[in-house]
Design a protein around this ligand. Sequence first.
Ligand code: ZN
Length: 254
Amino acid sequence: MNEIEAAADMIIQAKRLVVFTGAGMSTESGISDFRSPGGVWSRFDSSEFTFQKFLASEEGRERYWAFSSSSWGEMVKAKPNPGHDAIAELDRLGRLDCVITQNIDSLHQRSGIPEAKVIELHGTAWWVNCLECGQRYPREQIQERLKGGVKVPRCDSCGGIMKPATISFGQAMPERETRQAETKAAACDLFLVAGSSLVVYPAAQMPLIAKENGARLIIINLTPTPHDSHADITIHDKIGPALSQIVERVKALS
Ligand code: ZN
């Protein structure tokens, strides 16, 4: 039996499958990876875009919004790829407990997975939050203002500082989502990693929580991860083709 077949078997046997996705999932939709060599942070200085710099000055906010608007252009154009579709298919087959993702592009929801089943650990670029009063705005609406010449958008209700609903360097992880993800990881019996190099906290922690609580672990990533030795199956390949083949087989055997 090869890895694809073995992974399909594990999914069929699983009662609670949690899928964990990272940047490698979205690069196949044309979204730039931030941390990998050649990624966004090798072209931009990440220390210029910390949460502290954003809060500290109007100039810092202006720089942030200009930078963030360029990656927003990429995100609007991106469509779910065969990897996203394969996970959505698992959901339709009744085999998906939830997706935990480090990605901020909301492509899982756009591939048809219900909002309530997607835990976004690093937030989403599709919404903008007022940091003072908590009011949320659709990102498109705020981008229109920027296009119209506004450099630093302000909240309509309170005039407060607004920021995309993503987690920046130096910003605390969202408590609710982090706790939810840990609970889901602990309760599952199969944890499938797709496209995460598993080096950033809390991503790095999740497979270990699953393993310590008796789950099996599948890791699909183009390059080796620090947790490959804990995995029951590792597949070093592109996510879309690998997941599509696995899910085809799950369907055929179901
Ligand atoms: Zn406000």
